[in-house]
Design a protein around this ligand. Sequence first.
Ligand SMILES: [Zn+2]
Length: 292
Amino acid sequence: MGNLVRMIANDGTLTVMAVDTTDIVSEMEKIHRTSAVTSAALGRLLTAASLMGAVLKGRDDSLTLRLNGDGPAGAVIAVSDSEGNVRGYVENPIVEIPLNNKGKLDVAGAVGRNGTLTVMKDLGLKEPYIGQVPIISGEIAEDITSYYATSEQTPTVCALGVLVNPDLSIRAAGGFIIQLLPTAMDDTIDLVEECIDGIPSVTQMLTSGMTPEEICRRVLSKFELEYLDGSEPQYRCNCSRQRVEKALISTGRKALEEMAEDNGTEVCCHFCDKKYRFSSDEIRKLVKNLSI
Ligand SMILES: [Zn+2]
């Protein structure tokens, strides 16, 4: 289970959220059998989605992050609900590329440095909110910061990290997001910059045993922070046979009739790899319902 906290500076100038997503990213790795660099890429995006989703107000609201870069990983997608529960997938789960020039997993090399980051918020309104920014680094945290600056005019500091063991299991994963509130002054920004200068990486803090609350306090050591709320997010898919039937129906009569010719159809959920089997008779029944 993940651990997510949200805190506020007691002078009301900023909020900070931090999350430990080690269990979430481990679950993702078990489902998708990702290589190290794609674990890092999708793990970072899941972590960002969890933090960004946790501030949605409505119970049924959801948030989707979609990175469409020109790298070998292809599209990377993460979806969160309003409690920070997430699911996701990467188009090509196995990418083997050399480490970057800092000796780290080359997430930007896997994602690509050209393309777009799309943020879609379904807030239960007629149309979802959609914001899109060009990828500026491909390392994901900078791209999330750029999204907030450009689309939401909110000064943000974001850090995301995934540490992968040599056997490809996940050692640690997590992140934090600091956001200035409209009451922030110029010296608030300076103070934040002073604070984050030289802090350890998120995965260093997690592997040293720090909790998300301790990470918030460590990252903003010059601020007095108050606890606002928290949750225990999980890797959670919401697929069901009913949803898969709807998706099949949406492919149209011709596609369904062709499917009915086959000796059964299997549909696999992109997010959790669960398989749904439909016999020819069941497919024919969907066609029949279509004509009513
Ligand atoms: Zn699923």
